[in-house]
Design a protein around this ligand. Structure first.
Ligand SMILES: Cc1cc2nc3c(=O)[nH]c(=O)nc-3n(C[C@H](O)[C@H](O)[C@H](O)COP(=O)(O)OP(=O)(O)OC[C@H]3O[C@@H](n4cnc5c(N)ncnc54)[C@H](O)[C@@H]3O)c2cc1C
Length: 452
């Protein structure tokens, strides 16, 4: 018999959400948190679920991508969203909170729960013969990071995020772009190429050079992996560096001119439905407002809608598509589960949602039920598919955005305008999630009835 006790390491967004969910299911939880004895370079308090930067849990508009995730999380009694609602401050469409009251409210809920035992201290390896859920976040302690590196038998722990912006496909001006793979290699034309004339390139470089960058945090050394240089750092090494680097036009002929363009930004599809495209090699530390301004100087992106903007900061995450099973347990270590940003989700809300997913899968296991994941046409399912099913060679952290929802898995979208498509996807996603939840609950009751 497996002990129904679960160790959770890390009392951040994911760990707090998972601990509460499991405890509410009657499962004993031992929650390990190293702060305050040992802190991370970004946390400042001893509270659970501390928000280290902004105080926003993203949009609460029901027909936004974060709105879908919230609606699904609420169906499972999300502690994070309950405490956020109690401590909300005005934030327009966004769910913004008083960060101190928010963390205090979560801390109170966890500390007072009869099924949760809090154990202070750093954990450097899993607990023998018991389930361990690691939710240690982007700033996982070095000792535990060493264990992850060993357990995954690779160098698949990434220490710097290099996140390139993602653009909504319908906002790309295809009259100023062309489809082609470099040197026509690789069968189906996958890339959208955004060509520049010489003068357009020079204007772009001028804007890039003067745009404001996010200053590094005191603990962040300006050290990037080769191939992960921010574009503004490359541009700083010379005006032509980008067109010999990520903007190189070699192997590409613009069919409108029959010529090779002066420079090119390549866009790679983010999903099978090709509703979202990634700006290849465009990781950046420009401030968000500046990114929208500068990247709209790419001629084909003059009206672009950015689903995600680029960033670079220290981050520890495993190459999930390679090292995790579909239930978020670690290959070769069946009693070890991961949740939160360490799996390659990005953001407070997404980390909490991932904590919930792991906790749901652990509960299924402890209840002797088969593993059942939410389908890909739900918010949680779409996130899960992205972290487990991505191409391991191009795995990047992801937040929730409409590019993760493949329109092929939704009905009656033909002929709708973009806003209507999103609205319909949102309604269907939450309904699909509800159906999945009801079905799994029904099966659990059936299994219980059989065994008693
Ligand atoms: C500098 C920075 C700024 C960010 N800004 C934003 C933002 O503005 N908005 C946003 O949505 N996201 C932001 N993020 C991402 C954000 O951190 C995550 O989305 C979210 O906090 C991750 O949740 P988590 O539960 O995975 O990790 P965390 O919330 O970081 O929680 C991990 C917990 O594990 C503990 N821990 C680590 N190692 C050990 C160990 N070995 N033993 C015991 N405990 C351990 C830590 O002390 C921490 O409490 C930022 C990240 C960083 C690094």
């Amino acid at each position: 018999m497996m002990s129904p006790r679960v160790h959770i390491v890390g009392g951040g967004l994911a760990g707090s959400e998972a601990a509460y969910f499991l405890a509410e299911k009657g499962i004993s939880v031992v929650l390990h948190e190293m702060r305050p004895a040992k802190s991370t370079p970004a946390h400042e308090t001893d509270q659970f679920a501390e928000l280290v930067c902004s105080n926003s849990l993203k949009s609460q508009v029901p027909h936004s991508a974060p709105g879908i995730l919230k609606a699904e999380m609420r169906q499972f009694g999300s502690l994070i969203l309950k405490c956020a609602a109690e401590t909300a401050v005005p934030g327009g469409d966004a769910l913004t909170v008083d960060r101190d009251l928010f963390a205090q409210s979560i801390t109170r809920a966890l500390k007072s729960h009869p099924n949760i035992t809090i154990v202070p201290g750093e954990v450097a390896e899993p607990f023998q013969d018991e389930i361990t859920l690691f939710a240690t976040g982007p700033l996982t302690s070095d000792r535990l990071g060493t264990w992850f590196a060993k357990a995954t038998q690779t160098q698949d722990l990434y220490f710097y995020d290099a996140i390139a912006p993602i653009v909504d496909a319908s906002s790309i001006d295809m009259n100023s772009a062309f489809l082609a793979n470099r040197y026509d290699k690789g069968g189906e034309e996958a890339y959208i190429n955004c060509p520049f004339s010489e003068s357009e390139y020079q204007t772009f470089i001028d804007a890039l050079m003067v745009a404001e960058k996010v200053p590094p945090k005191p603990f962040e050394k300006e050290k990037f992996f080769q191939g992960c240089q921010p574009i503004e750092a490359i541009a700083n090494t010379g005006r032509d560096s980008l067109r010999f680097g990520p903007m190189k036009p070699v192997g590409l002929i613009d069919p409108r001119t029959g010529q090779r363009p002066y420079a090119v930004v390549q866009l790679r599809p983010e999903n099978l439905g090709k509703t979202a495209y990634n700006l290849v090699g465009f990781q950046t530390k420009l401030k968000y407002g500046e990114q929208s301004k500068v990247f709209r100087l790419i001629p084909a992106l003059k009206n672009a809608e950015f689903l995600r903007l680029g960033s670079i900061h220290r981050n520890t995450y495993v190459c999930s598509p390679k090292v995790l099973r579909s239930d978020l347990s670690l290959k070769g270590h069946p009693k070890v589960y991961l949740a939160g940003q360490i799996t390659g989700v990005e953001g407070y809300l997404e980390s909490a949602a991932c904590g919930l997913l792991s906790a749901i899968f652990i509960t299924q296991r402890l209840q002797g039920l088969p593993h059942q994941a939410p389908p890909v046409n739900t918010g949680m399912g779409a996130i899960l598919k992205q972290i487990i099913g991505s191409d391991p060679d191009h795995f990047e952290p992801t937040n929730i955005h409409f590019g993760l929802f493949d329109p092929n898995f939704f009905q009656n979208l033909n002929g709708l305008k973009k806003d209507e498509i999103r609205q319909s996807i949102a309604i269907q996603a939450v309904q699909n999630f509800t159906n999945w939840r009801i079905q799994t609950e029904f099966e659990r009751k059936k299994a219980n009835a059989h065994s008693s």
